[in-house]
Design a protein around this ligand. Sequence first.
Ligand code: SF4
Ligand code: SF4
Length: 319
Amino acid sequence: MALTGTLQHRLLPHLAGQARVLGTRREADGVVRWGEVTAWSELAPPGELPQLPPKVWLLPSPELLWTEGGGGFVPAANDEALVLVGVATCDLAGVAWLDQAGADDGSYRRRRRSLRLVGRACQPLPSCSCPPRTSPPPFDLFVDDDWLWSGSAWGDGVLAALAEGPRVVTHAVPKTSAHAATLAPPADLAARFRAGQEAPVWAATAARCLACGACSVVCPTCNCFDVVDTAPLAGPVQRWRVADNCFFRDHALVAGGHNFRPDRTARLKFRFEHKLLGFGPLRGQSSCVGCGRCVRACPARIDLREVWAALPAAPEGGG
Ligand code: SF4
Ligand code: SF4
């Protein structure tokens, strides 16, 4: 649907009648955060990503999972209808990855069913490493310079309501950005990891790393968590999900005191390998969507693109 100024003006008020509508807002301290928006003009310019990705709405921390009561466990109510507006394509890709990782996670699925995503064409920053995309990852609505696209039945309904006449729905491919990857991972990255287990870049980077975990906190797909039960003397037992971080010293600490990754070099290597090569059922699928948040957030200016570029080329036939 051609996106006239009038239509753009009507989109957010229309959405506000259905759900809580949050968009990317630049606040007084200069940081872009998710906040209530009532007009398209309130959104931060394209390319200015919110400090935290959409995962904060899907995997909040701490998150109440259930409360004991009535002879059983009562799942927490977590199905508030929410619309995120102005979601960049990398963040859409992040949600698509979390959808796979959280496919068997009841709490995640309840939140996800209540979340609608209004994507937007982007202007990547130098710190981005998003791959060129011919089409955006799954979305409900997508806005580029001149068009509003639907990607779901809910999006179809919005378009139909806004059209005020014959339904105008298109599933053709919207424009995502004119950007080509600045430094995409090399095609033989898995072989480089295998060949580069003892490469000097790991220890050299770990020596700069503060183990603050900021890179993982801001990453759209990092989703490690711990589970904590609270059992007050008065009141019900509750189970909580709390974000964890693979840079923290006790992340791989197990009963008996053994730590599978006792030093920072091991933790750094673990994060990079799992981020770029995937793990578990998603092994082989990178969970880095190229948003560049980790590059911008790192107080030690560690850039994952420089790390993978420093890994030795794989031996002949090792790819
Ligand atoms: S690893 Fe860095 S660039 Fe990749 S998705 Fe996570 S925060 Fe973004
Ligand atoms: S943000 Fe930088 S310093 Fe902090 S844990 Fe990550 S790589 Fe290390």
